[in-house]
Every structure is written in structure tokens, then in C-alpha cells.
Design a protein around this ligand. Sequence first.
Ligand code: ZN
Length: 365
Amino acid sequence: MKLIVTIIILLSILMCTLPPFAAKLAEDVHVQFTEVLPSELEIEEILPAPEPDKEAEVLAFDQPAELAMLVERAKSISMMSTDLKRLSVETASTLKVYLADEGVVREMKWEDYLAGVVLAEMYSGYGEEALKAQAVACHSYALHKMASGSYESHKGADVCTDPGHCTAYKTYDDYADAWGKASADAAWKKITAAVSEVADYILTYEGKVCNAMFHASSGEMTEAAASLWDCDLPYLAAVASFEETELTEMSLSAPQLKDKLSGLGISFTGDASGWIERAVRTEGGRVDHLLICGSEISGSMLRSRLGLRSTDFTVEYENGSFIFRVEGYGHGIGMSQAGAAAMAEMGADWRAILAHYYPGSELAR
Ligand SMILES: [Zn+2]
């Protein structure tokens, strides 16, 4: 009788508290938890032990939030100890990737996917510790994307290879076609070695996987996500970056500037030297917005219209032209790849790099 009651309690908790989870994992799931774990349930009585040939691992946890994280990542859960502090889980070792260029969905191992993403997203000449940090960031970023909903553009897959939507992805052959076999061999060897060392790790914050954004390079500071969106993500705060600043410059005549900013409702009047005034900067030092002939234009809008590498720029009117001097490349949020490389060169390991660029985050596996 006690057994039946236990099963009923478990099933009712399962059906009531976490319907998305129940739907996703369906018959594989045999246990459930609540914020306060019910100590009287002897779950081992009703759950089968893991099959010996399954790649199940026993994981310990202290907090319900940690358990929630494990359950979120689990493909199946087969056993929980009587003290409800340990469970055996089989984590999903594969994911489905929509290869945007080919228009097909391919199932692949996480390790293979991550190697292809790091190959496409980061310069393989960077230090190994920077490549490892990148792999953990990409892993977390993908899981965060998967947890945030399903997308029609994924054609049923978990992630896609459109860099404008998820992250870029390259195969060894793609790389060899572009850079030659010798380069591809060296890059692939280095990246697969780095990925295999950290493939089990992800970044978490308060028990949830991090939206581990990253960008090519920053100036002296990265940018806080809160400067761009209405969000409260302390692990995406503005932090110092130790890289050598990458500077680019763009020169535009007054008519060129006017042309590129057409349609924004700006009435260009008076002498061009007085068109651009007062830039208001974000916490990370980037241009939040500025006034152009009295109209407020955001830094992001200006970046996109002019094709600037980042919103970390200054603008001056010199000899009849507007000179934009830009620092870094990318949105500036999360880990700077050039900064990660600089830290690796200074002797930091991947854990230190991630702890620096995602403050307050924790590693989980
Ligand atoms: Zn996508």
C-alpha cells in the first residue's frame, strides 16, 4: 500500500509541478522533487537501478536548485538514494543541429558540435585555456537557447548554425577548404583536445544555465547586458578586459553621413561641425546615445547604419569630415575572446577566465 501511495504521490507531483519537464522527458523520468524534498519517500523501492550498459553517473547535490539543473539536463533519471541526496542520471550526449547552409538536421555528439562551434567562432591560434573557456561558454549559450524555447527556424533541431541566431559552426572540411589541410589539422587537433577536457562543464547562475554571451574584442571594459536590455543578469556585468585594444577608424563626409542616416527623422541643418553633440555613455563606456541635430540616436543604431565594429567609439569633426575612432569588435557583452586570450597568455586557466568574464557564475557538470 505504501508503495502505491508513493507512486501516486510521485506521479501527481510530476504532473502538477513541472509539465514542460514532464512532457520533454516523458517515460524516462521516474522521480520528482519539490522545493522541500519529502524525506519519507523511499524512492529506491520503486525505481529500477540503472542498467549496467548505460552511461549513467551518480551525482550528488546539496540544493534543490542544483537538482533542478541536473534534471533539466538529464535524458533519464533512474535512481535516487534514500536520503534524496544522490541520483543517477544519464545526461544527453547528443543534440540535433540544423545545418543552415545545407538545410538538414543532423544529430551529433555534444563534443563534436562544440568543436565545430569553437572552430568557427574563435581564432584557433589563441591559447588552449582561452579555447576551453570558449567551449564552456558555447555549451552554456546553446543550452540556454534550448531552454528559452523552440524556434521554427530550427526545423525541429535543438540549435542552428546561423550565426545571427545561435552560433556559427564549421566542420574540419569547411576549414580545410578555406585555409588548407595543414592549418585545418593543427586547428582541429588543438580545438578537439581543448573541448574534450571541458565538454562536461557549463556555467550556471542561481541554478540556471547562463546565457554566456561573448564577443571578439573589447576596449578596456566589457559591456553590461543591462545597458542594452531591461534585464538583471549580474554575471553579464561590465568588467575590465586586459587585451590590447583593437582600434579602427572611419571617415565620412557630411553628405555621406547624411545619406547613411536617412530615414531616421533627423533634420540636418546648420554647419556640419555642430551636427553631432553630447554622447551619453553606458557603464562599460560605450555610446548609449548621442544627439544629432537635436535627434536622439542610439549607439547601436549608429553602429548598424555606419557599419562600425562596436558602439565603443568617439567622433570628431576634422577638416570637413567626421572621424569615428572605434575600439574593439562586437556587442561587448560577456567574454571578450581577445581578453580571454590575453588572460591565457598571462597564465590564467579556463576557470579563471570564465570567473572573470561571467562574475558570480558557477561551473556545473
Ligand atoms: Zn538558432
